[in-house]
Design a protein around this ligand. Structure first.
Ligand code: SF4
Length: 245
């Protein structure tokens, strides 16, 4: 049975900046919190990538309602808050993964009763993408339970073909296939890939408590390859994972 689920993500939409600068300074806000200061800065100057840990800690420790209020302000500045993008995620190769992510039933290290499957064939994948489009999705995401795609030339070429075909259907395409080499990221970009999902899972310090079969820095390397290839990065983490996994 196909594993398909839909995800809703906000659509990018730039609003007129001045209206938000005005609301950021309204009497209901708390201008002294780090959340308020950083929200005003983000609306004025756009996103930044040079955060220091103390700056992040200050935002994190802002009063909760300040975080919600100013977070919503920045969100509404960057996106049309009344619109979402519907994406459909399909597991094109399920189970039997050689990694040992403690939270994942697809790891071959754990007895979860999940049977490893081969890569889905082209007809089945394209049929799922067609159904997703008919149901209103504008992005189709394909996930494979692999550590990486090195040594999987045939499978990787099949996926490149799936990416091209689905782009040809007028949809955006996202993949999550494990770690990538620089050349593979370039090939995915050439095939038309819109975004690559690769989660950071947890902090570098805590990483070995969650996963022992790869390092945090290997994870970052793939993200670097993806970014340099010009593909959008889709990445998250597990904030405050349980102390015992
Ligand atoms: S790499 Fe992905 S599929 Fe493999 S065990 Fe980790 S989360 Fe599961």
């Amino acid at each position: 049975m196909l594993s398909v689920r839909s995800i809703f993500r906000p659509l990018r939409h730039s609003r007129h900046p001045t209206s938000f600068l005005h609301s950021a300074a309204s009497p209901s806000s708390s201008p002294s919190s780090a959340a308020a200061i950083e929200a005003e800065r983000a609306i004025r100057e756009g996103p930044r990538q040079d955060w220091t840990r103390p700056e992040i800690t200050d935002v994190y420790q802002s009063p909760l309602l300040d975080l919600l209020f100013h977070g919503a302000e920045v969100h509404r500045h960057a996106h049309n808050f009344r619109e979402v993008q519907q994406c459909t995620l399909l597991s094109i190769k399920t189970g039997g993964c050689s990694e040992d992510c403690s939270y994942c039933p697809q790891s071959s290290r754990y007895q979860t009763g999940l049977k490893a499957q081969k890569l889905m064939n082209k007809d089945a994948v394209l049929e799922a993408a067609k159904r997703a489009k008919e149901a209103g999705s504008t992005r189709f995401c394909m996930g494979a339970a692999w550590r990486d795609t090195v040594g999987r030339k045939t499978n990787f070429n099949q996926i490149l073909d799936y990416v091209k075909e689905i782009r040809g259907m007028g949809m955006e395409v996202c993949c999550t296939l494990g770690m990538l080499e620089k050349e593979q990221a370039a090939e995915l970009k050439k095939a038309g890939l819109t975004a690559y999902n690769h989660n950071l899972d947890t902090s570098r310090e805590y990483y070995s408590n969650v996963i022992t079969t790869r390092s945090y820095d290997e994870r970052l390397k793939t993200l670097e390859h993806v970014q340099k290839a010009g593909i959008h990065v889709c990445s998250g983490d597990l904030s405050n994972p349980p102390r015992k996994l």
